[in-house]
Write a protein that binds this ligand. Structure first.
Ligand SMILES: *Cc1c(COP(=O)(O)O)cnc(C)c1O
Length: 397
């Protein structure tokens, strides 16, 4: 029998997943990144660190999350059984807390008492504000002034929890300008501050660190599912924005006999600018410190993306996903705005669960797959978050 080579041994010491990833960052960030690489390789072996993370995950965030058999959704599809991994039940309403808690704990072990983050839609900023309060750390969130106007409820939540929301009134006044300001702050204040990146993106070691903290999702599936149903699911699906909930869902399963699917934001069409499907519709290039897939024009400039869901509206994607795509381990497919909106309403009606618009992309893809499969096939979908935040944008349409 042919031995299966592991896909788990990545990244290498330079941060590469095959040819993807790396550390294409300005020279001035190098000392901060080196310190983090070194600190994390120590903390990874530290039992006390893992125990504390486990305790916070179970008592603060609400882990483990259940795996729910979606009976009526399954009946509607008329094929494979559909199960939902309920990350929407976590504190804050999404998987983002898994990463925020882990990185705040790194900051604590490094003796840093200040967290820096940037946020676009405000979901990651909110998760960072939560853990800032939890650990009693000074928290600074950079946010474009345009995004502040669009996401006022999240801005209020962040401030209530004690975070300092710094408006960025430069360039496009959105996420990418906020990233620049956050980086500048980190370089200036690296002795006291940790830069808490919100997805499996950026220069090494961030894609690895965020994947590891989100892997609690896939580890629980790997443990809970065979306990209840005798074996692993046949198919697992997750949505891909930056790619953190998907990476955390897939990574523990990459060496197993499970088909893996990523749902990307297909937006309103396949031409550049109409979607945010970096893997299925983009091309390779360097963005935010890593070589990966992205949405760019012929000159290699990032093109503004589109998605009905703010959390998927990002022109890049984590480098490990680029690696999985190239080795054929994970299939990535676009799901349109319209399909996601339809699924958002369908799941609400049939299950009494309002999914985040991001997660609705994954469920939509799962429904398509389920229709083609037999009734004894089992599909697990990661329900990355709840959709209360999306009511205005869906019902206003
Ligand atoms: C932020 C967010 C996403 C997208 O981020 P990933 O890093 O791709 O997981 C997906 N779902 C929800 C609910 C989110 O808040």
């Amino acid at each position: 029998m042919e031995t299966i080579k592991t896909l788990k041994n990545v990244p290498d010491q330079h941060g590469f997943f095959g040819k993807f990833g790396g550390q294409y960052a300005p020279e001035i960030l190098k000392p901060a990144l080196d310190e983090l690489v070194e600190a994390y390789s120590r903390l990874r072996q530290n039992q006390e660190f893992h125990d504390e993370l486990y305790r916070l995950n179970s008592t603060y965030s609400g882990r483990p999350t259940p795996i729910y058999f979606a009976n009526r959704l399954t009946g509607h599809a008329g094929g494979a059984q559909i199960y939902l991994k309920r990350e929407d039940l976590l504190h804050g309403g999404a998987h983002k807390i898994n990463n925020a808690i882990g990185q705040a704990l790194i900051a604590k072990y490094l003796g840093k008492n200040r967290l820096i983050a940037e946020t676009g839609a405000g979901q990651h900023g909110t998760a960072t504000a939560m853990v800032g309060a939890l650990f009693g750390m000074e928290t600074v969130i950079y946010m474009g002034t345009k995004d502040i106007e669009r996401q006022l409820p999240n801005v209020k939540r962040m401030k209530l929890m004690g975070a300092d929301v710094v408006p960025v009134n430069k360039g496009s006044k959105t996420l990418k300008d906020a990233v620049n300001e956050a980086m500048r702050d980190w370089v200036t204040n690296v002795e006291t501050s940790h830069y808490l990146i919100g997805s499996v993106v950026g220069p090494h070691p961030f894609p690895m660190i965020v994947r590891d903290f989100q892997s609690v999702i896939g580890e629980e599936i790997k443990l809970e599912f065979p306990e209840k149903y005798g074996k692993l699911p046949d198919i697992v699906v997750a949505c891909v924005g930056g790619g953190s909930n998907a990476a955390g869902t897939f990574y523990p399963l990459v060496d197993e006999n499970v088909d893996l699917y990523g749902a990307e934001a297909g937006g309103i069409g396949e031409s550049a600018g109409n979607n945010s499907a970096s893997l299925s519709l983009g091309s390779s290039g360097i963005i935010h410190g890593a070589y990966t897939y992205m949405i760019q024009n012929r000159e290699g400039h990032i093109i503004p993306t589109h998605s009905v869901s703010a959390g998927l509206d990002y022109p890049g994607v984590g480098p490990e996903h680029a690696f999985w795509k190239e080795c054929g381990r994970v299939k990535y497919l676009p799901v349109s705005d319209e399909e996601a909106l339809e699924t958002f309403k369908l799941v609400s009606k049939l299950e009494g669960i309002i999914p985040a618009l991001e997660s609705a992309h994954a469920i939509s893809l799962a429904l398509k797959l389920a229709k083609e499969k037999s009734k004894d096939t089992r599909i697990v979908v990661t329900l990355s978050g709840r959709g209360d935040k999306d009511l205005d944008s869906v019902l206003g349409m």
